[in-house]
Design a protein around this ligand. Sequence first.
Ligand SMILES: Nc1ncnc2c1ncn2[C@@H]1O[C@H](COP(=O)(O)OP(=O)(O)O)[C@@H](O)[C@H]1O
Ligand SMILES: N[C@@H](CCC(=O)OP(=O)(O)O)C(=O)O
Length: 371
Amino acid sequence: MRTKIRDARRLVVKVGSALVTNNGTGLDKEAMADWARQIATLRDAGKQVALVSSGAIAAGVQRLGWKKRPHEMHRLQAAAAVGQMGLVEAYEEVFARHGLHTAQILLTHDDLADRKRYLNARSTLNTLLDLGVVPIINENDTIVTDEIKFGDNDTLGALVANLIEADALIILTDQQGLYTADPRRDPAAELIAEGKAEDRRFEAMAGGAGSGISKGGMITKVRAAQRAARSGAHTCITSGREADALLRLAAGDSLGTLLYATSTPLQARKQWLADHLQLAGSLVLDAGAVAALRAGRSLLPVGVTEVRGEFERGAAVSLHDEAGGELGRGLINYNSTEARRIARKASGEIEAVLGYLDEPELIHRDNMVVR
Ligand SMILES: Nc1ncnc2c1ncn2[C@@H]1O[C@H](COP(=O)(O)OP(=O)(O)O)[C@@H](O)[C@H]1O
Ligand SMILES: N[C@@H](CCC(=O)OP(=O)(O)O)C(=O)O
């Protein structure tokens, strides 16, 4: 079973507030340096790693000399703004020791709910990973409002795993993994070694946060595993204080709790596409494009005879044959004006027509469901 994590090529590693700030006493630079060392080793082995790190608020509270985490939103946001500086500074320094660049990415829920921003966030993250940079991701706490808040970074970690189609989500926390009950309250609680991410029994076992420093607790980690599994990512919840935790997981060791996905990435992603789309327009395809799509290929502009509706880049559109029958739907890489201009053109002509080339396909096959 642990080969699932060992074989992962693209990983999201999430570290919680209590860990990063040594239970709220300030950034734990030693621990951060140790994760950076391990991530650098994984990179050398050809793996790509994005890091979702909490700790901005806890670090800010400590930097400002406050005794405890405040309740008022404006004070929390001020603390996050101060703390995020320290957080990325520290990561930059510890990764630089291994010759690795870092990049700060701050996200809100809105960024991932909006198709255009979703695609932009995805291509930026993919580009950074391909460049060998380690993205350091956190919620944009300083501007976020209650309505658009992820709230805890476990959820954010899962959404990032979905976004970049990671193979694994590693959640580092202050416990060895998921126990049958909160081990802080029940000394008889036992560690769960592994199970299906969607197994509902795990939710009943998981409780809230272990300290006033953190936000989510175990319940958000279990839900994050369910969410990550929808795009085919396996989740491992383990202790960030365990020596060489990341390296041992990459070697296939049985560490922590493995909550594995049961569907393949593509099936899961297509399921998501089929379930969640609100259509903003439609495309009419010629017989050649219909045949290409049925054969599992991407949609190129050359096969599109008509573009209906006004939509933005990243919108969901339905796909029709010339008789009007709907054969599928997908997320389009160009807005309606651009799509009209490049319809019927060969991909090689896109740049000449638009003055730029975002993607050679109008809709990539991974972003499409064909009935
Ligand atoms: N069933 C459980 N197994 C393990 N930990 C649990 C469980 N239920 C609740 N917890 C609590 O969840 C805490 C970890 O979550 P949290 O405090 O949010 O940390 P992080 O900052 O790493 O996200 C643990 O310290 C533990 O007290
Ligand atoms: N974005 C917040 C993290 C929220 C939070 O506490 O998350 P976690 O510790 O992962 O449960 C921060 O950086 O302080």
